[in-house]
Design a binder for this molecule. Structure first.
Ligand SMILES: [Fe+2]
Length: 166
């Protein structure tokens, strides 16, 4: 049975109204994996026909969560960053993304890697509020990101990738 963006957003609304905590966000992560299994969704939002770059495909007027589609042509490694007060769920549609989670427990607040994992197509990963992470994706990677709030204008921490200092 298919699963559409409309159904996904409806489910996310219901989940977050019930519990906007780590367990709720884990449920959102699982729903995003279900959405990525829908060929219709992928063909519309994360496929070669899409313009390169990022597009916001949903913003909830009441709860403020956002769904963003990324159709990237060039490979990229992001600096370690968080999303301020927002959690984020990343779901891979094509290619893969290597994720690193960082902790700021090193000397002078410098970052140390805590764990790494790879998101293959069809897999989604959760970064909770203020969890520092970096992403490294392949040429032609396509993915979907759900954020707890609209990140436009939101404060976030970005760390120097060389010195790992804020
Ligand atoms: Fe991020």
């Amino acid at each position: 049975m298919g699963y559409s963006l409309v159904e996904f957003c409806h489910d996310v609304r219901a989940i977050l109204r019930e519990r906007d905590d780590r367990d709720g966000r884990e449920q959102v992560r699982q729903k995003l994996e279900a959405l990525l299994r829908d060929p219709g969704f992928c063909a519309t939002h994360v496929a070669p026909g899409n313009d390169a770059g990022m597009e916001q495909i949903y913003h909830d007027p009441e709860l403020d969560f956002c769904v963003l589609a990324y159709n990237m042509t060039e490979p990229r490694t992001s600096p370690p960053h968080d999303h301020g007060a927002s959690w984020a769920v990343y779901g891979q549609a094509a290619g893969h993304t290597d994720m690193t989670v960082w902790s700021a427990t090193g000397d002078a607040g410098a970052l140390e890697p805590v764990r790494t994992f790879r998101l293959e197509a069809g897999q989604a990963g959760l970064f909770d509020v203020r969890e520092i992470h970096s992403i490294d994706y392949t040429e032609g990677a396509r993915f979907v990101r759900v954020t707890g709030v609209d990140m436009t204008g939101e404060e976030r921490r970005v760390f120097d990738p060389e010195t790992r200092a804020p």
